[in-house]
Design a binder for this molecule. Structure first.
Ligand SMILES: [Zn+2]
Length: 329
């Protein structure tokens, strides 16, 4: 029998699922097994879905080439349509390696009428222009058409095609476009708190059941609250983009120096420190090496046997597989 860290019910071992602390879909591989199946589906399923849909995480996953469960590269901008110009659609696709590929499409379907020589020398054919042809390849294609069909395109037709009645890659034109998307932040905040809660038990053990801060985190996780006012006011959970925050930046450099590895993907640092007269234990959770949150998990580090900086690191190797991961005491 063991006690579930959320509902606090003692259950048989088979009633527990192996739980990924950083979700598997984000490349996390550290697991623990002290959340019961009921709680697992109650707090995880909806949040995992929101995390999967979150644009910011999709961008990071694309960048790190973390594939979907079905093994496909993630396209964060699948449904994006440029609002900049009504006559033009910007399509953002992926190449074979999963890199973003941007294409500009005129909304008029490009058709190209040419004279087609037949045996009697008089006939007209219609050719629909091939999509996705880079401008610089057009002259080559005109030459091929001439050879294939034995006709000449007039200079006027060529100009018409080149002037944009044909799909063209804007990459080749060095055009700029702007996109506006909004990103839900609450699934990100909730995910950080969930990770902090689980790591607290992972590192501090069952003593954490008696920690008053644990109740606050648990209440938030179990509630439908999207925002975290109660936790935010006094002690803060604060979320930063890494490059905007000196403290988190410093931790990153410390982590790199400690583990002598530049290939960090996710890392979690436990910082017992005396802050404003409180014996605080802070967790700094950093995802994708870019997005970082400080979460206060305890106001009394004397309850635990914990000394100095502790870190849990998740590395990536060159094949973009996230294999090495270990807790360090
Ligand atoms: Zn439970």
């Amino acid at each position: 029998m063991k006690k579930c860290i959320l509902c606090e019910t003692s259950k048989e071992d088979r009633e527990f699922n192996r739980e990924h602390i950083v979700p598997k879909q984000l490349g996390g591989s550290l697991t623990m097994k002290n959340l019961c199946k009921d709680c697992n589906s109650k707090i995880d399923d909806e949040l995992d879905k929101k995390v999967a849909e979150n644009l910011l995480f999709k961008i990071y996953k694309n960048d790190e080439k973390i594939k979907s469960n079905k093994g496909n590269h993630i396209n964060p901008f699948n449904d994006f349509i440029s609002k900049e110009n009504e006559n033009r659609k910007i399509e953002i696709g992926l190449d074979n390696e999963g890199n973003l590929e941007i294409t500009s499409i005129p909304q008029i379907k490009p058709t190209l009428k040419i004279k087609n020589k037949t045996t009697d020398g008089k006939a007209t054919g219609v050719l629909t222009a091939e999509a996705n042809i880079p401008i610089e390849d057009l002259d080559k294609i005109f030459d091929e058409l001439t050879k294939e069909l034995n006709v000449e395109l007039s200079p006027k037709s060529k100009e018409e095609i080149k002037s944009g009645k044909i799909k063209s890659k804007i990459i080749n034109h060095e055009e700029t476009f702007f996109m506006e998307e909004s990103i839900d932040t609450w699934p990100i905040i909730k995910l950080f708190v969930r990770i902090a809660y689980e790591i607290a038990f992972y590192k501090l053990g069952d003593d954490y059941f008696n920690d008053p801060m644990r109740d606050k985190l648990k209440n938030y996780l179990e509630s439908d609250d999207k925002y975290i006012e109660d936790l935010k006011t006094r002690h803060g959970i604060s979320i930063h983009f890494l490059k905007d925050n000196e403290v988190n930046e410093a931790i990153f450099h410390l982590a790199k120096a400690t583990y002598k590895d530049d290939n960090l993907l996710h890392y979690i640092t436990i910082l017992p420190a005396r802050v404003n007269g409180i014996n605080a234990i802070n967790l700094v959770v950093t995802l994708f090496n870019r997005l970082s949150a400080n979460v206060l998990i305890s106001e009394d580090f004397n309850m635990y046997e914990i000394n100095g900086l502790n870190a849990i690191m998740m590395f990536k190797n060159n094949g973009n597989k996230y294999t090495k991961e270990f807790p360090k005491n």
